[in-house]
Write a protein that binds this ligand. Structure first.
Ligand code: PHE
Length: 347
């Protein structure tokens, strides 16, 4: 076969000139297909005289090998190029700044509730969550406020109509005292806080028809006013700062005896007098007292054996002092301009 070198040269040129996989594949048909150049050379072997067959066969094989190796190299080259092109066109630039995702943050009331709960849990209290729709019994009668008692006036609330007539929206979380004492089958010691929403017929800058309280109740043998004061002092210092002082003033609640109103020294001026404390140096934060024997008895406890203290505080008031909120109604207004001010990174 005198033109072997020429055939090889031509096929290598053709392969090298193929710029895409389709053209390359066409060459495969041209050379190796049914009527392909190499296929025909192979089939001609039968016409070659015997003594030349070996050499002819070797030449054809050489051509075939040349085709296959060059073809394979070119095919890899074109496939790589095609893949690179695809990757290039689908490239994502991860260095582009992303759209700012708006994330929510805790509502100031959730924040203050959780902070207070954590404080009491660290002192061994449990958290009890009671219903907002209550009976007159739990909200008033069992708290020593029988029907017609004048002290009910201070806590006028919303009553449910028709078949629910016996129900009302609780005006104080003191309902939690009744529920927890009644639920305690052993009538043993208790240490709970009951945070939650309460309702009253009020509406001005410092009073909302809906607000939040946290009740505290401790029942045990040998519990005294000193324990109440110590507990509230620790709580106030942790919540409002180490220098905070606590003072008790005599007061009246039907479900505690004796009853006190509790003030904390103004954390803003340190007690000197400022607009926040109305120049008095003190801020009223909660009502408290020793659980009335009538309440203990009505909830199944023996007042000869057990005493206890209870306190109730307005969470809104604490949030207002802590965060400098001047109108309680903004807390419940759902206005993002107000709420975004509490969107701090620290939680
Ligand atoms: N429940 C009272 C109120 O809402 C507060 C209070 C609770 C007072 C517990 C004494 C003991 O005003």
């Amino acid at each position: 076969m005198e033109n072997k070198e020429e055939i090889i040269k031509v096929l290598i040129d053709k392969i090298n000139n193929a710029n895409d996989l389709k053209t390359l594949n066409d060459l495969k048909v041209e050379y190796m297909g049914k009527k392909g150049i190499i296929t025909e050379l192979q089939s001609k072997i039968k016409d070659i005289p015997n003594e030349q067959k070996k050499e002819y066969g070797m030449n054809v094989n050489e051509i075939k090998n040349a085709f296959e190796t060059n073809y394979a190299t070119k095919e890899t080259e074109l496939k790589t190029a095609e893949l690179n092109k695809k990757l290039e066109s689908e490239k994502i630039d991860v260095t582009l700044p992303s759209k700012r995702i708006r994330k929510g943050s805790k509502h100031p009331m959730t924040r203050i509730r959780e902070e207070m709960e954590d404080l009491f849990v660290s002192m061994g209290y449990e958290v009890y969550d009671g219903p907002e729709i209550e009976t007159d019994e739990n909200c008033f009668q069992k708290l020593n406020l029988p029907l017609g008692h004048p002290a009910r006036d201070a806590q006028d609330t919303f009553y449910l109509e028709n078949e629910y007539e016996a129900f009302l929206l609780r005006s104080q979380t003191s309902t939690g005292q009744v529920r927890v004492m009644e639920a305690n089958k052993e009538k043993g010691p208790i240490r709970v806080v009951c945070p939650g929403k309460v309702y009253r017929r009020d509406d001005d800058a410092t009073h909302s028809h809906q607000f939040m309280q946290m009740e505290g109740l401790v029942i045990d043998e040998n519990v005294s006013m000193a324990d109440l004061k110590g507990t509230l002092e620790l709580f106030s210092k942790k919540l409002l700062g180490d220098k905070t002082e606590v003072r008790f003033r005599p007061s009246f609640f039907p479900f505690t005896e004796p009853s006190v109103e509790v003030d904390v020294s103004c954390f803003k001026c340190g007690g000197k007098g400022c607009p926040l404390c109305k120049q008095t140096g003190w801020i009223e934060v909660l009502g408290a007292g020793m659980v009335h024997p009538n309440v203990l008895r009505m909830c199944g406890y023996d007042p000869e054996k057990y005493q206890g203290f209870a306190f109730g505080t307005g969470l809104d008031r604490f949030a207002m002092f802590k965060y400098g909120i001047t109108d309680i109604r903004t807390i419940y207004g759902n206005d993002l301009r107000f709420l975004n001010q509490f969107d701090r990174k620290d939680d």
